[in-house]
Design a protein around this ligand. Structure first.
Ligand SMILES: *Cc1c(COP(=O)(O)O)cnc(C)c1O
Length: 364
């Protein structure tokens, strides 16, 4: 048997008729930038996220960057980020000219440790930027009081967590805004790059609409030095189809995660935490192993793909050499980077394939 890490084409095949019709509708409309299709997706995704506004942008990194800019973040400012995340979270801060200030994860949840945030706050801190990593919501109720006490804004990075819920409620309406990526491999994935921001803050949404469109709300009137970062209507049309299946596909991911959890219970691997009250979106199923190399080769020998999210934390990347971090400076992030392994996870995965992966892990 061969088990691929991800099979995006299988997702397309399942919805092919509807997606082809949606894409064709845009091609025939003669309208190829912003317009009705983007506005309709924005309405539908805002509704799904229980948020007042959704602003479609070109990708997840821009969703983060433009929101920070719309919040007024600039040179001299600091933004609190997780030390354990994909580098995009940090880059968004850097692209505003501000400094990312890392906070270590809770070793069990892999998410930013709420008890460590307060110590990282300085007079320059403007925003807390937590990530719902692998689709597991951060503990919102332990982060928002810290932000309120220090008069800071919160931007959540929801790139891996479409449809996740914290204490029974979608993560969409929390904080000042949530940045989303619709990169093809994400839980709600487009057929190319795409992203969005959801928010209840009308002023922030208006600023984002201006920033994504050359700094212009009215044609030929440019109020700020904006960007070209608009959600593509072809992607929006496809995303409208896929949004209708998101809950069903997330339920399948949850069933897969449950099957993995039961099957892997006696393997000695450290399984993903399932904190009380959290309903993760299971973007990734990430185990920890003290002997990851052996596990990877045992899986590979049996035809099972696996990936590491992420092998090098942002502070150890050459891109961030300027911040001067050395080995051992953020030990929890570094430890996770040496132990984590992501097993195959996507809605179309079959039970027999999951059982085969479990068998391969048990034999490692
Ligand atoms: C994918 C991802 C991003 C960036 O999204 P793009 O659409 O690829 O720009 C940001 N943050 C996290 C946590 C991600 O996983």
């Amino acid at each position: 048997m061969k088990v691929r890490f991800l099979d995006l084409a299988a997702g397309y095949q399942e919805l092919r008729t509807e997606i082809d019709a949606a894409v064709s509708r845009v091609l025939q409309s003669g309208w190829y930038v912003l317009g009705e299709e983007v506005a309709a997706f924005e309405d539908e995704y805002a509704h799904y996220c229980e948020a007042r506004h959704c602003v479609g942008v070109a990708n997840g990194l821009d969703a983060l960057t433009l929101t920070l800019k719309a919040m007024g973040v600039g040179p001299g400012d600091e933004v609190i980020v997780p030390s354990n995340t994909y580098i995009a979270t940090w880059l968004a801060v850097s692209h505003c000219g501000a400094t990312p200030v890392p906070v270590e994860p809770d070793i069990h949840t892999h998410n930013i440790d709420p008890t460590l945030i307060e110590a990282a706050i300085t007079p320059r801190t403007r925003v807390i930027l937590p990530v719902h990593l692998y689709g597991l919501p951060v503990d919102i109720d332990r982060i928002e009081p810290v932000a309120r006490r220090h008069d800071l804004r919160i931007l959540y990075d929801g790139a891996q967590a479409h449809g996740a819920a914290c204490r029974g409620r979608n993560i969409g309406p929390y904080g000042d805004a949530v940045a989303w990526s619709f990169y093809p491999g994400k839980n709600l994935g487009a057929f190319g790059d795409a992203g969005a921001v959801t928010t209840n803050d009308t002023e922030l949404a208006e600023r984002l609409c201006v920033l994504r469109n050359y700094g212009s709300a009215e044609k030929h009137v440019n109020t700020v030095k904006g960007f070209n970062s608009r959600l593509d209507p072809i992607q929006a049309a496809a995303l409208r189809v896929k949004l209708r299946y998101l809950d069903d596909w997330t339920d399948r991911r949850r069933a897969h995660a449950e099957r993995y959890r039961k099957g892997l219970a006696d393997t000695g691997l450290i399984l993903p935490a399932s904190p009380e009250g959290m309903n993760p979106a299971w973007h990734l199923f990430v185990v920890r192993s003290g002997n990851r190399e052996k596990l990877i080769s045992a899986l590979r020998e049996r035809g099972v793909d696996s990936l590491i999210h992420y092998p090098i934390p942002p502070h150890r990347q050459a891109a961030y050499a300027d911040l001067g971090y050395g080995r051992g400076d953020l030990p929890r992030a570094e430890q996770l980077a040496t132990e984590v392994l992501s097993l195959p996870m996507y809605p179309q995965l079959e039970d027999a394939q999951i059982d085969y992966v479990i068998g391969a892990c048990a034999g490692a």
